[in-house]
Design a protein around this ligand. Structure first.
Ligand code: TXA
Ligand code: MG
Length: 369
């Protein structure tokens, strides 16, 4: 067995006990069952396990065990009013966790599961309050990842799992990101390499008619519209004024999110104008003595000058951009950049999720070029 790394039990400052975090490399396609069993035993005992999904790494615990779910909130420093997504390995589990499952939800499960789609449904009594932060609804998804599915099955329970980052930070797309944020705070990290999609699942509220997308993600709005006929977008999806919205349906939407330490500015509009404005802002901030990073694309990267320039890939390839987004935000931080100026991309397909995350990371600091 290859335990690649463990972290010491050194007592942290202010007397808080550090947990000994076991990091296990695991085969993404054919996960070694011994390793899955070790992780599953930890879940059953009420511990915390970070594991890969097709979107981002999740921090899992037994969804039906209050003490276990509490450990997730503590490890992530997550505000207690932000509920968890429950991960299942088969559809039968949904009918234990939820009631009054509408036909349209079953249609979505058949079409998109396993996959990056989270359904908000009426909650059943077996789900503890803490898992859903006291709401009368529950978020459920079946991830499209062999390690995740094996872990859930072997744990013989459902697994509550938010993204495995410290609250507010960009979600982790590699085990190294999880280590950066949570080493010493959780029991196990299963390392199966980089995640396939790179942005989180789409969250859709199926208790509304027509259903409403609360968070754009791996399953595009256009595809959901094709299957459901009618589906709306929650106003926070693309707003630049989140604080002013009175009704917040997805509690996570009101917290600062997906944000690196650096200040983020997003420049949207026509590509030529965007490039000019990005360079103009970069010059302005460099003149003020700031260390400036530009999040460019392959089409523009050689045109810019700044302290750090990184590319999301071609403007035409939103799949690559989604995959790179969070990792690049973390890289800029690692290089000590003060300000990240990012080009906005098209908002079709996966682009809607990318635009949403960039706007959130910027705290709605969006410039129209
Ligand atoms: O792709 C993903 O969804 C990843 C992987 C690990 O599965 N998970 C993830 O979890 O992104 P998290 O906790 O970072 O985001 C879950 C989002 C939050 O915005 C939360 O507020 C919302 O889903 N949510 C959870 N339960 C909800 C509910 N009952 N009603 C409305 N929104 C809910
Ligand atoms: Mg998250």
């Amino acid at each position: 067995m290859s335990y690649t790394r463990t972290f010491g039990e050194a007592s942290g400052r202010n007397g808080k006990k550090r947990i000994n975090t076991l990091v296990m490399k695991i085969n993404a396609r054919e996960p070694e069952i011994v390793k899955i069993r070790i992780a599953a035993r930890t879940i059953r005992k009420g511990g915390t396990v970070a594991f890969p999904t097709e979107t981002v790494y999740g921090l899992g615990a037994d969804a039906l065990n209050e003490e276990a779910v509490k450990r997730i909130y503590v490890a992530k420093k997550r505000p207690p009013d932000n509920p968890m997504i429950i991960h299942v390995a088969n559809k039968e589990e949904v009918y234990k966790l939820a009631r009054n499952v509408p036909k349209a939800a079953e249609k979505l499960m058949d079409r998109f599961w396993p996959g990056p789609l989270t359904l908000i449904l009426r909650r059943s009594k077996v789900v503890p309050d803490i898992t859903v932060a006291g709401l009368d609804t529950v978020a459920i998804r079946m991830p499209d990842n062999e390690v995740a599915l094996a872990l859930i099955s072997e744990s013989k329970t459902s697994i509550a799992a938010p993204s495995a980052n410290l609250a507010g930070k960009p979600s982790p797309t590699t085990a190294a990101h999880v280590i950066e944020d949570l080493a010493g705070r959780i029991d196990i990290i299963l390392d199966a390499g980089a995640t396939r999609i790179g942005v989180e699942s789409t969250v859709i509220d199926m208790t509304l008619d027509p259903p409403q997308i609360l968070r754009p993600g791996g399953v595009p709005y256009e595809e959901l519209k094709r299957v459901l006929g009618k589906v709306t977008l929650h106003p926070t999806v693309l707003t630049t004024k989140i604080k002013h919205l009175i009704r917040v349906r997805s509690p996570g939407m009101k917290h600062k999110h997906y944000a690196p330490n650096a200040t983020v500015i997003v420049v949207e509009g026509n590509f030529g104008a965007v490039m000019k404005r990005v360079q103009g802002l970069a010059d302005l901030h460099m003149k003020k003595g700031k260390k400036v990073g530009i999040m460019a694309t392959d089409e523009s990267k050689s045109e810019y000058h700044a302290d750090a320039i990184k590319s999301l890939g071609s403007r035409k390839n939103l799949t690559t951009a989604a995959k790179r987004l969070y990792g690049l935000l973390r890289e800029f931080d690692a290089e000590g950049v003060d300000i990240i100026i990012s080009e906005g991309l098209a908002t079709k397909g996966l682009g809607l999720a990318i635009a949403n995350r960039l706007r959130r990371a910027s705290g709605s600091n969006v410039v129209k070029a």
